[in-house]
Ligand binder design. Structure first.
Ligand SMILES: Nc1ncnc2c1ncn2[C@@H]1O[C@H](COP(=O)(O)OP(=O)(O)OP(=O)(O)O)[C@@H](O)[C@H]1O
Ligand SMILES: [Mg+2]
Length: 353
């Protein structure tokens, strides 16, 4: 099946500063790809290129198999934004304050479409808001509700693709979780293909069918969330997607030896010097036969807690995540014995590309 979006070799510089350097991606129809990237990494630039607001220096963008940017029969193509059928939920949501919620939703439609109140009601329902909101001004809605209206507006013209630019970053933690769910459900129900960009790893992992990591102007890894978290490509990526401790070690025959003992590797690794990745939830204090460590900090979150630990003779700070109750008896400066649960991922040591 033709992917709803296919991008290849996309490049864009501002002045002589390259932002995107030959980016490739594919989004299968009806799925959501979340792109995780640092601030200033080019996420908004990518979306603006896909919308047609900016022009790429090189590369091809095809939406539902139709070239929007690139060349066709040797001739350059740059489809105008309104001909791409791409919905865009901008970083700030940006509803029109002088229009009602319904008029905001129907804004991008033809004159007849803009009078279709039933359509506004149906879209409100799709994003999980009551139809009574239709007549309100956007200011009378919470931030999360406004973001859902912005999504309803993007969905109204029946786009082939919806782009979401950090749509939840302005919301508080509680509202963010609920709004993420509501938006993911609305997109799935409408069967819409979507691309979401964010610097928030929990947003990317919880919303994406697949997650791509944008680094140095390219997608360096694209995988389902659990695969990306469990098997990142290298140590730098391990730290970018979730927390991780990296310890020096030595691999021999699928077993790695490091400051925490001999551990089985979960994926094949060549013999020799390695970096061993430990996720905090793998590092368990309170193991009778574990390695001695000193607690240097405790952050208590209620449901769970995170510890930082120092190992004798090691520079690396060891991170551990434990249940909230388990943390109650522990104190900074206290000694614990730590063991590693489950197999570990090891990366061949050497310069990170
Ligand atoms: N129109 C422009 N002219 C010049 N430089 C630009 C322009 N737009 C973006 N840039 C630069 O390109 C880089 C990428 O910007 P972009 O807005 O795409 O990043 P981002 O990943 O969306 O960041 P954030 O997470 O902070 O929103 C930045 O260094 C930015 O200053
Ligand atoms: Mg941005």
């Amino acid at each position: 099946m033709t992917p709803a979006l296919r991008v290849s070799g996309l490049a864009k510089s501002f002045g002589n500063v390259p932002v995107l350097r030959g980016l490739d991606l594919e989004v299968p129809s009806g799925s959501l790809l979340a792109i995780l990237g640092a601030s200033g990494g080019g996420k908004t630039t990518l979306l603006r290129l896909l919308c047609g607001f900016e022009r790429a220096d090189a590369g091809t963008i095809a939406i539902d198999g139709i070239v929007a940017d690139g060349t066709v029969d040797g001739r350059p193509v740059h489809l105008r934004p309104e001909r791409r059928r791409v919905g865009y939920v901008a970083q700030d949501g940006a509803l029109f304050p002088h229009l009602s919620v319904a008029d905001n939703i129907l804004f991008g439609l033809s004159r007849a479409g803009r009078r279709d109140r039933r359509r506004a009601d149906a879209l409100l329902e799709l994003v999980g808001l009551p139809s009574a909101y239709a007549a309100r001004p956007p200011q009378a809605l919470s931030g999360g509700e406004q973001q859902r209206v912005a999504l309803a507006r993007a969905l109204a013209p029946g786009p082939r693709l919806v782009l979401l630019d950090e749509p939840f970053s302005a919301l508080d933690a509680f509202l963010r979780v609920g709004t993420r769910r509501a938006v993911a459900d609305a997109l799935a129900q409408a069967g819409t293909t979507a691309l979401l960009v964010t610097h928030d790893q929990s947003e990317a992992l919880s919303m994406g069918d697949r997650v791509g990591v944008l680094r140095d102007g390219r997608l360096v890894q694209v995988a389902p969330p659990s695969e990306l978290y469990r098997h990142p490509l290298d140590g730098r990526l391990a730290r970018f997607v979730g927390e991780a401790t990296l310890l020096d070690g030595e691999a021999l025959g699928g077993i790695v030896t490091c400051a925490l003992g001999r551990l089985p590797a979960s994926v094949p690794v060549p013999d020799g010097r390695v970096e061993v990745m430990l996720r905090p939830e793998q590092v368990e204090p309170g193991a009778a036969d574990g390695t001695p460590a000193t607690i240097t900090a405790i952050s208590y979150y209620g449901h769970d807690a995170s510890l930082t630990l120092a190992l004798a003779g090691q520079d690396a700070v060891l991170l551990s995540r434990i249940g909230g109750t388990q943390a109650l008896g522990l104190q900074v400066g206290g000694q614990v014995r730590v063991a590693v649960r489950g197999p570990v991922v090891a990366f061949p040591a050497g310069p990170v590309p």
